[in-house]
Ligand binder design. Sequence first.
Ligand code: ZN
Length: 344
Amino acid sequence: MLYRQQVLDLPHGELHTPVLFPVRNLGKRSSDNTPAYVDMIPDLPTAMINARAIRNRDPMWERLTDGVTLREEMGVPENTIVYADSGGYDFSQTAPDTTPRETLETQRLFDADIFGTVDIPLSRENRAAKNQRRIDRSVELALEASDRHNGDELLLASVHGYDPETIQNSIRYLEIRGDFDGYALGSLVPIRTDYKKVTKLVLAARTATEKHLHVYGLGGLVYQPLLLYLGVDSFDSSAFIRSAGNRNYLLPGFGGEELWNIDELEYLPCPCPVCGSRTLNDIREDRDALVKHNLWALAAELRRFRYVSAAGKDIEDYLDLRFQGNEVTQRAYRTAKQQVRRLS
Ligand SMILES: [Zn+2]
């Protein structure tokens, strides 16, 4: 049984894990177009932001260096838990244009609670030697951040690798040479349809450390239960925004549904505060409502898992049911189950 719950004592408050960090696409466009959710969903007082993207947006950056707080800029309460990643995902093709020192200064200016180290993601298309250089460089950059970091914020070392040994070796190496509060697994988005492989990589990280484990980019509806089962402590997702952009309505157990496929329904099958009292037509025409509902769907997924655990029900029985509908994810879950059972 790898599912676990912990409480993190962070500068802006206590955080109960496992937890989702919704990605705020702050800095990506002219303004932050994520609707307010922090007060609406009480168990998601969390936000994931991209430190580099904000630093590269001049007007916002000027306000922040002028004394406006990041939370004011986002329109969220001061006790919102912010995870600032380095923006390494933008370096998929190019060399990083930031240093551990600059990134730490930015994360500190934002008053972030969790800092991600500068990293250089892998690509499935890269040759092994090129990916290996990127893995080694990310390890060096993490150690440099460890040397420069002293504070109450959590420092999570970003770790990459497309085989379990590389991930375990990286974590063990960093554990000996650096001082980290946990680890964050990256580069999984490009291989996300290979559930079996992703499962093995996550398990490799989980068994290499007892510390906090974050997985970047895989917090959507399908992966969430799998990550919880594998003992991941936190994850992030922009699926609620991206899906809404495609008019996709997320529903736990069903995945996404394109709303224009449905005509003969007056009310949607979701009791969340967004959908509960509004008609399908109403929601279909309101992008913000769709984004908010989609986030409720992700929160509900997490709440159900917590319920199954708190009520003492068998998590594997629940997941057997949960993954029944889709052959691909069912196979992935079976593989995960076999591997988890082998550990005990
Ligand atoms: Zn809803």
